[in-house]
Design a protein around this ligand. Structure first.
Ligand SMILES: NC(=O)c1ccc[n+]([C@@H]2O[C@H](COP(=O)([O-])OP(=O)(O)OC[C@H]3O[C@@H](n4cnc5c(N)ncnc54)[C@H](O)[C@@H]3O)[C@@H](O)[C@H]2O)c1
Length: 332
């Protein structure tokens, strides 16, 4: 549990970090900003009148700082998260939590040894359209069929997230949908089979374009169609679920249809993506001494699910997903 007002530092204040900075500022919790680029840190300092630094050690030395939100590039996540946990800070890390099995183990053990909380930015769990799908699936009487189709042409060109050497769009973004399927079904993914577009080219990057099928512990199945080659005029994401006597679909955080004996549909003009709600929930979990809904195990699952998906595209085999097998390995 934390005492008094939560003091949160944001590490990495680039394209996405700016939103995290704004949200924690609006929640009255922002105390530091940290970015290796001095101009970026100073811009946030001027805008929000908080302390700024290029050196994480300054943040970690401040005993008033209770939580650190990490929005640096994915390759930095596990190292920064472990450093913050070992310094006694709670952590909100953007997805993916880690890029390899070894990184997963290091974060997992750092959480256990520090007794501090970590949560991962799986904001879809807090978006009202997906909450409606989950509430419907809770009432299902048998295994479900889930379909996620994502069009993400923005993850291309020189954006670091497009680079398969550091996880590419699959670990960088498709990890959201491994977590989403698990959370919607409340069932562990146990195996995946996947194909990608031809690899070895810079444009398009085949590894970032995947059709994958997952099998879940309760017998449910899920398809993930993830692409970066598409047009910006196609919609971004569509998720469809089916279970005995029921169906539902959600599009772009704006439209949802729940289909049982009757059809109930609604839509909104603006996409409500759940980011602010997740940051708010993180703060209140810390203030009330509770574990945030998204835990280190969720971070591990999403990374391992993506790694196995990529492995399957290379081996052309179905790959088992076994979190305990990964976590039981030795931590360096
Ligand atoms: N949840 C979402 O919807 C969503 C959307 C986009 C990005 N993201 C996540 O946000 C994170 C950042 O992505 P981005 O697109 O803003 O990248 P970016 O490159 O625009 O910004 C990263 C920032 O981190 C800084 N940085 C790099 N290493 C650092 C370090 N060791 N310490 C402190 N600062 C460091 C860089 O100078 C840069 O300002 C990623 O984890 C990404 O997955 C989440």
């Amino acid at each position: 549990m934390i005492t008094g007002d939560a003091a949160i530092a944001v590490v990495g204040c680039g394209y996405w970090g700016k939103n995290i900075v704004r949200n924690f500022h609006d929640l009255g919790a922002l105390s530091w900003v940290c970015d290796v680029r001095e101009a970026v840190a100073n811009e946030a300092r001027t805008k929000y009148q908080v302390r700024a630094t290029t050196n994480l050690a300054d943040v970690l030395a401040d005993i008033e700082v209770q939580g650190v939100a990490i929005a640096a590039p994915a390759a930095e996540h596990y190292r920064l998260a472990v450093q913050c946990l070992r310094a006694g800070k709670h952590v909100f890390v953007e997805k993916p939590m880690a890029l390899t099995e070894e990184e997963c183990r290091l974060v997992y053990h750092a959480v256990r040894e520090s007794g501090k909380q970590i949560t991962v930015g799986f904001n879809r769990r807090y978006a009202s359209t997906y909450v409606e799908l989950k509430n419907l699936l809770r009432r299902r009487t048998g295994p479900a069929v889930v379909g996620c189709r994502i069009n993400s042409p923005g993850i291309s060109g020189s954006y670091w997230m497009a680079d398969p050497a550091i996880g590419g769009a699959i670990l960088g973004e498709a990890c959201h949908f491994v977590d989403l399927m698990y959370w919607l079904l409340d069932a562990e993914p146990i195996a995946v089979s996947a194909f990608s577009l031809p690899t070895g080219k810079q444009d398009p990057i085949g590894e970032n374009n995947i059709a994958a099928s997952f099998r879940f512990a309760d017998g449910s199945v899920g398809n993930l169609t993830y692409c970066t080659v598409g047009s910006r005029t196609s919609e971004g994401e569509r998720v469809e679920v089916f279970a005995p006597g029921m169906g539902a679909d959600a599009e772009d955080f704006k439209r949802v249809a729940i289909r049982t004996r009757i059809v109930r549909k609604h839509s909104s003009l603006f996409a409500e993506k759940g980011h602010a709600a997740q940051m708010n929930a993180f703060l209140s979990a810390l203030q009330n001494g509770k574990t945030p809904e998204v835990t280190v195990r969720d971070g591990v699952r999403a990374t391992i699910g993506c790694l196995r998906m990529l492995e399957s595209t290379r081996s052309l085999q179905t790959c088992p997903i076994d979190l305990d097998w990964v976590l039981d390995g030795p931590a360096q």
